[in-house]
Design a protein around this ligand. Structure first.
Ligand SMILES: N[C@@H](CCC(=O)N[C@@H](CS)C(=O)NCC(=O)O)C(=O)O
Length: 209
């Protein structure tokens, strides 16, 4: 029996979308099971015991004849789906370069660009804690810095690692293309819009919702 994949997700999450986009580009069937993170549905004792002790989606469930395994962390799940595909370069340096963008995404980009989107579009500014309000400015500056790095590096190439789309583009596309929902102005980064267009034009591309 071939592996079967189910994504435990909240469809508003860009981290979940990365996995759906990876599967779509590869033509892999992917079932979904939905949770509402705003209602704490990933914090139940059942979820913590059986799906992810870290209380977060996305989680990729991988089933075969013998086992059901649960793989959290969006970029790890993308890697699993894409192994042996053209979305991961073969060359050793190119592979490491792709990974550096995926680590950059998790350290410099997502905690700022995605968090401000979540706070401002889904939680609402009026509902933020004093501590969250106090962090907005620092996250805005760090998010702009991350977008600037992408903008500079996209000056002379079609995709983040060169001429071909890789998981680095999928990881960073997920929250960049909706960065305006976090109050970021993509028009300040002129190389980002054409890159977004290139990704949207890929065969089998699927939009976020
Ligand atoms: N580093 C993780 C981040 C996962 C994450 O932050 N998930 C959020 C939604 S995007 C979540 O489940 N939040 C619900 C909660 O923390 O209760 C990844 O890339 O998958």
């Amino acid at each position: 029996m071939a592996e079967q994949f189910t994504l435990h997700e909240d469809p508003r999450s860009g981290n979940c979308y990365k996995i759906k986009l990876t599967a779509a580009l590869l033509g892999l069937p992917l079932a979904t099971r939905q949770y509402d993170i705003m209602k704490g549905e990933t914090r139940t004792p059942e979820f913590l015991a059986n799906i992810n002790a870290n209380g977060r989606i996305p989680v990729l469930e991988i089933r075969d004849r013998e086992s059901a395994r649960f793989l959290p962390e969006s970029n790890a799940a993308c890697w699993y789906l894409a192994s042996d595909s053209d979305l991961i370069p073969q060359d050793r340096y190119a592979q490491a370069d792709m990974l550096r963008w995926m680590f950059f995404e998790q350290y410099n980009h997502e905690p700022n660009v995605a968090t401000l989107r979540f706070w401002l579009t889904f939680v609402g500014k009026a509902n933020l804690s004093e501590q969250q309000n106090a962090q907005i400015m620092a996250k805005r500056i760090a998010g702009c810095d991350a977008l600037s790095v992408m903008n500079v590096e996209l000056e002379d190439r079609r995709f983040l690692c060169g001429d071909k789309v890789t998981l680095a583009d999928i990881a960073l596309f997920a929250y960049t293309h909706v960065a305006d929902e976090g109050g970021f102005h993509l028009s300040d980064y002129p190389n980002i819009a054409p890159w977004i267009e290139r990704i949207c034009s890929l065969p089998r591309f699927v939009p976020m919702q």
